[in-house]
Design a protein around this ligand. Sequence first.
Ligand code: ADP
Length: 275
Amino acid sequence: KVVDHLKEDPQAPDRVEIPAHFHDELSSLAELVNDMLNRMQRFILQQHQFVEDVSHELRTPVAIVKGHMELLNRWGKDDPKILAESIAVSLTEMKRMEGLVQEMLDLTRADQVELTFTDGDTDVQEVIHAVHNNFQMIYPDFTFGLEDDLEGPTIVNMSRDHLEQILIILSDNAVKYSRERKEVHFAVSSAGPSVMLAVQDFGEGINPEDAARVFDRFYRVDKARSRKQGGNGLGLSIAQKLIEGYGGHIELESVLGQGSIFRITLPIKTKRINK
Ligand code: ADP
């Protein structure tokens, strides 16, 4: 963009003569700067979202305590009943605030943990079968399908724990946001140099606006509900960081009210054909 701007500026050619062989380098430099600015902007937006969420959740207990203090101040001081009740409610709300603040601290710490990517010969087929079995065991009221189109063990160069963690994040979400259709479908296949994994649910789905943001740190579509369900908005951002760190990528296809499919692509290291 910088180079284009210089080119479009009628005065620029008089002042700046850019030798042709610098154009490519300048273009990639400009691209790098733009990319950095985009990342910074995204980061600021995420921080903003986080502060907004925290403030939102702290507002209720603060309002309740304030209400009781005002009540006491006006006419409750001499009424032992009001006094006792206000103290009890205020203490409960203070504890809630304390819990929230601790949770926020834990979250920021969890978010600051540097992910380290380690080499490893991990068999995708083995891991997805293991996760499929585990989920079937933990959630017996759900039906977990698995479509395995691999020819045999398919090795990726990554930590087994990380692959498992990614699949657990996606499967946990599929269960959490499944609504009444208790069905989750796993699929695994390969094409050329890549192995593809998919986790599909038939639950609440995500609208396109939110879909663009669910991989952001701390982003939750329905803040009140997902907190009740134990959400913190970090799962998908961790999954994405891990996948991209191992040279893969993750995509989301979703229709509101019908369900979501998260698709992962990872580079294959080797394939072993079972004889
Ligand atoms: P959380 O801990 O809140 O689930 P995630 O980062 O894993 O955090 O997900 C971010 C948000 O994306 C969730 O709060 C939820 O609103 C939405 N989401 C994730 N997975 C699904 C899914 N399978 N169906 C519907 N919504 C989802």
